[in-house]
Ligand binder design. Structure first.
Ligand code: ADP
Ligand code: MG
Length: 614
């Protein structure tokens, strides 16, 4: 068929189709509707917001707030696209302080669902009602209503079957809706939230609850003991919240919550900030727990880059990044990093908790996984389980007189912190398998991995020397020649100077070999070939010089690790004591540079549990 040249080919899409396209960006599932309606209620100044859900929100989402409400004229405009009370002209876009601003949400939602809104302002005696179904708006009529707004969204995607089919089971959709409410609740002190799902209470926080109480209500009480408060500011930038100790780290990021000016964010820059702050204290693949609020001048951040407004662009990203990383690093080191022996008994402990409190974990967070499992792992990644012959007589060295097993274990003083470092480093120590040191504590005992601890110390001291610009170099009596590929030799050659400032003296020997002539004096039994291999790997991967701050740490880790000090060394009581004393002075002695624990503590209550005394 031929198209006549004069026939018009371009036409405006009907408004409802346009809105459905916009809805595709904003309304993905019931939780996205919940998020938008909550934002509207919060923007309206609500102090109490109730959410009723049926079938995970697919059948009904009703959000009731006690905010400022809408008069009849505003109500008549609310479902119109690009109608908003929050922006007047384009220049407002550079300092958005409200959660909404596009004027698109209600129009989008109404294009794919049956909506009804009832609202009353303080100035008006009566309220007003309006429905809008599939983009078809009805009349505004009078209706009795309390102050505030109730918005109902029924049968989401009833007119877009393809989208409706993509909805998951109601329990899954409910989980996402709850997460949306929880994020809003975590971001807004002073506002109470209640969620009922199919008539049952699914979540609530009272308006009077502070941030910590909200975290506790949302994620459970056992988390609270492992959080460290953060509170810093840098001019008009304020960071506050809580960081989890590495021992409650998780495999997923579901307990990393960043909020910026009351807006929940999933932002790559902020995820990197956390990764950086926990570098060296978390094992590969583990994710920290963090609940953080950032307040900054709205003009310093662009929120208009993502339809769901969950990503932003920071205007001065470099400064922000540096500030956040250093503030959080300091807080991470304040957390209790000792690996609890309890976590080795976690399987049993978890069972006990369930028996004692069958309701535990039912509320609040259906999407959340089980309690944080053990962070104690062997190199292989298998959970570390103490063997029955843990302290076998054959593997005990001669140098001790009394064993911790016979040392008195007093019952704990309820006021004393069982994890507080004991000041008394006096022995006797028991050395097991030429690798582990056992030592009695007032409230239990501690097992130290002498190699991991020494590795951590070597690393810390090297770092100090490098920072002070005075690394002591030990010339090798016989320089070691290491075979490398041609490309790797070229790569290393570019960095000879900065490597030498780290105490690593390398020179080219030919096309495919390098000579190692000096290494930091701290490294006791260095492994030059292994170290060169690591250098190639780290420098090649990052493409940055070994002195760049994030590369430096990796280079020094590899130095510390490659000097394999003390593996299998028999230690005297004096050597053990000096090791522990130096450890106490170090910034972080709870994990080795690869974030494996250096020490594991068993408290009396862990022991009682292990022996089924409780
Ligand atoms: P936006 O929030 O981006 O302005 P929406 O489509 O979400 O766009 O809402 C349109 C307008 O409807 C808002 O600007 C606001 O004036 C009004 N509105 C929506 N929900 C409420 C509410 N719960 N209380 C008071 N006003 C509301
Ligand atoms: Mg809105």
């Amino acid at each position: 068929m031929e198209i006549s040249p004069s026939a018009p080919r371009i036409a405006l899409l009907p408004a409802v189709v346009r809105d459905q396209i916009a809805a595709g960006e904003v309304v993905e599932r019931p939780a996205s509707v919940v998020k938008e309606l909550l934002e509207n209620a919060l923007d309206a100044g609500a102090t109490q917001i109730n959410v009723d859900l049926e079938e995970g929100g697919a059948r009904l989402i009703r959000v009731t707030d006690d905010g400022g409400g809408m008069g009849p004229e505003d109500l008549g405009m609310a479902f119109t696209s690009h109608a908003t009370s929050k922006l007047r002209d384009p220049s407002d876009l550079v300092h958005i302080a409200s959660l909404g601003f596009r004027g698109e949400a209600l129009a989008s939602v109404a294009s794919v669902a049956r909506c009804q809104v009832i609202s009353r302002t303080a100035e008006s005696e009566t309220g007003h009602r309006l429905s809008c179904e599939g983009g078809q708006q009805g009349e505004v009529t009078e209706a009795g209503a309390p102050l505030g707004t109730t918005l109902e969204v029924r049968d989401l995607f009833y007119n877009v079957p393809a989208r409706r089919r993509f909805l998951k089971r109601p329990s899954t959709e409910l989980g996402h809706c709850l997460a949306a409410v929880q994020r809003a609740a975590l971001a807004h002190d002073g506002v109470g939230f209640v969620v009922n799902s199919d008539g049952r209470r699914a979540y609530d926080v009272e308006a009077s609850m502070d941030f910590l109480a909200r975290i506790r209500r949302t994620f459970g009480a056992e988390l609270i003991d492992h959080l460290e408060p953060v509170n810093v500011n840098d001019g008009d930038l304020v960071l506050s919240g809580y960081l989890g100790s590495p021992r409650i780290s998780r495999r997923d990021t579901s307990r990393q919550i960043w909020m910026l000016n009351g807006r929940y964010l999933r932002d790559r820059v902020l995820s990197r900030v956390l990764k950086e702050a926990y570098r060296g204290v978390l094992e590969e693949g583990r994710q920290p727990v963090a609940f953080l609020r950032l307040a900054m001048n709205p003009a310093a951040v662009d929120v208009n880059v993502h339809p769901a407004k969950s990503e932003v662009r920071f205007r001065d990203q470099r400064r922000l990044f540096g500030f956040l990383v250093s503030a959080l690093k300091a807080a991470v080191h304040e957390t209790d990093m000792a690996t609890p022996g309890e976590s080795m008994l976690a399987g049993r402990a978890r069972r006990l908790v369930r028996e004692e409190n069958p309701l535990q974990g039912k509320l609040a967070d259906p999407g959340a996984g089980p309690r944080p499992e053990s962070v104690v792992r062997e190199r292989t990644g298998r959970p570390f389980v103490p063997e029955n012959d843990f302290i076998s007589p054959g593997s005990v060295t001669q140098s001790h007189s009394a064993s911790p097993a016979s040392a008195p274990l007093q019952s704990s003083d309820p006021d004393s912190d069982p994890w507080a470092p004991t000041d008394n480093l006096q022995g006797p120590y028991l050395q097991v398998g030429k690798t582990f040191l056992l030592r009695a504590l007032p409230d239990g005992f501690e097992i130290i991995d002498q190699h991991a601890l020494h590795e951590r110390l070597t690393y810390e001291l090297l770092l100090q020397e490098v920072r002070a610009g005075k690394v002591e170099v030990q010339r090798l009596l016989v320089p070691e020649v290491v075979e490398v590929s041609r490309a790797d030799r070229v790569l290393l050659e570019e960095h000879l100077e900065s490597l030498s400032s780290l105490g690593i003296e390398l020179a080219s020997m030919g096309e495919t070999s390098m000579m190692v002539s000096g290494l930091p004096a701290r490294l006791r039994h260095p492994d030059p070939a292994g170290l060169v291999g690591d250098l190639i790997e780290v420098i090649g991967r990052t493409g940055e010089p070994p002195t760049a701050s994030d590369v430096l740490e990796q280079v020094l880790h590899s130095c510390a690790c490659r000097s394999s000090i003390m593996a299998g060394d028999v230690l005297s009581q004096e050597e053990i004591q000096s090791l522990l004393e130096r450890a106490r002075a170090a910034e972080n002695d709870q994990t080795c540079p690869h974030a494996r624990p250096t020490r594991v503590r068993f408290t009396l209550s862990d022991l009682e549990r292990a022996f089924h005394r409780r």
